[in-house]
Write a protein that binds this ligand. Structure first.
Ligand SMILES: Cc1cc2nc3c(=O)[nH]c(=O)nc-3n(C[C@H](O)[C@H](O)[C@H](O)COP(=O)(O)OP(=O)(O)OC[C@H]3O[C@@H](n4cnc5c(N)ncnc54)[C@H](O)[C@@H]3O)c2cc1C
Length: 336
């Protein structure tokens, strides 16, 4: 059996941030991931300045595609707004691999199935053991499944469904566009250019609201494609999008049980206004490392529930994404 001080299940931004911080302080850890890196991760790849700051990235040293926007183009009910403020785009295929390699932590390509506690050790698949365990395996994280499902249950009104595609494209419009609530869609669609001729387009919304309306996400995807083609933003090619699901931030804040932690999507930390998950993944990964290094408290409450610092914006989006559905579910419960 291979032993280390810390085992990190999942090498996405949550796991690699944690690994990076621990390794810088000389802690013996390793990352296990079911996929080999670089790996495809469905994601628009929009990152905030906070992510760059938290990860201490000097943009001039980043060796892959990195594009900065000085405003977002928001489209709401047929009206267009510009929201000023710097944001960035990266390709997850490149970014996650770079972060993981930067951590200099040994990587093992291993699909974690079985987790048990034996004395002070967490034992994984009878092959690896460690005193600390980090669950950074995203929505399907086995650490969440085995140790946290009861303590930090996910709520169905917080589940998102998405469809997206990223492809090389000689785009003409280099701006980042978001369309909210098009044709009543409980979510938004996006057009996110990347540096050096890549483009990501996609759509993401609240699963439970779609189900209640008897809709699936595919018809909304078709609307997006029509819009992009009619406006000339994407003028050729056919699409073959892929889907993934993740959870927005719940009210439950349990992120640690004994010496096991959940971070990032495993804990369901994406923001309740813009469904942004990379920032909370990085922040929680770093905080879990701090807790191991210094005994600091690991509290999910310390991670912001919102991307926007404009309370009117985040309250309105939270209402459309979550509150309305919670009220409907509560009414349905009463009716039963
Ligand atoms: C379509 C889409 C668009 C998005 N766009 C944005 C955006 O623009 N900006 C933003 O901030 N957020 C966005 N998000 C959310 C963001 O992608 C996630 O919140 C973020 O990737 C979470 O990082 P993580 O490290 O927690 O998990 P992940 O990046 O999902 O990494 C988890 C890792 O765990 C591994 N793993 C899983 N199970 C096992 C197992 N059993 N054994 C070993 N390894 C395992 C996986 O292989 C994976 O590498 C988007 C999400 C989707 C689906």
């Amino acid at each position: 059996m291979e032993s280390s001080e810390v085992l990190i299940v999942g090498g996405g931004p949550a796991g690699s941030s944690c690994a990076w911080k621990l390794a810088r302080h000389g802690v013996d850890c390793r990352v296990l991931d079911a996929q080999n890196f670089p790996r495809t991760k469905l994601c628009a790849g929009w990152i905030t300045p906070e992510v760059v700051r938290d990860l201490e990235i000097d943009i001039r040293d980043y060796p892959h595609r990195f594009l900065s926007f000085d405003r977002l183009h928001i489209h709401l009910l047929g009206l267009g707004f510009r929201v000023n403020g710097v944001q960035h785009s990266i390709r997850r295929f490149e970014f996650d691999d770079w972060l993981l390699k930067r951590s200099k932590v040994p990587f093992v390509n291993h699909n974690v199935r079985d987790i048990r506690k034996e004395g002070e050790y967490y034992v994984i698949d009878d092959q690896y053991r460690a005193r600390y365990l980090i669950g950074a395996g995203g929505t399907k994280c086995p650490v969440y499944r085995t140790l946290f499902r009861n303590a930090n249950p996910r709520a169905k009104e917080l589940q998102t469904v998405t469809l997206e595609q990223e492809f090389p494209y000689d785009y003409r419009d280099g701006g980042c566009h978001l369309w909210f609530f098009e044709r009543g869609f409980p979510g938004y669609s996006w057009y996110v250019p990347k540096a050096q001729g890549y483009l990501n387009v996609g759509i993401g919304g609240m699963a439970s609201q779609l189900k209640h309306r008897g809709e699936d996400i595919w018809s909304h995807w078709e609307n997006l494609v029509l819009r992009l083609k009619r406006s000339g933003m994407v003028y050729d090619g056919s699409f073959d999008p892929k889907g993934y699901s993740y959870y927005l931030r719940s009210d439950v804040c349990v992120g640690r049980v004994d010496n096991a932690f959940i971070v990032g999507d495993s804990a369901g930390l994406a923001t309740r206004d813009l469904c942004e998950g990379i920032g909370p993944a990085v922040r929680s990964g770093l905080m879990a490392a701090d807790a191991i290094l210094s005994g600091a408290e690991y509290s999910l409450a310390a991670i912001s529930r919102y991307t926007s610092d404009r309370s009117l914006v985040y309250r309105s989006l939270e209402f459309m994404f979550i509150d309305r559905e919670r009220k409907r579910l509560a009414r349905a419960d009463v009716a039963v």
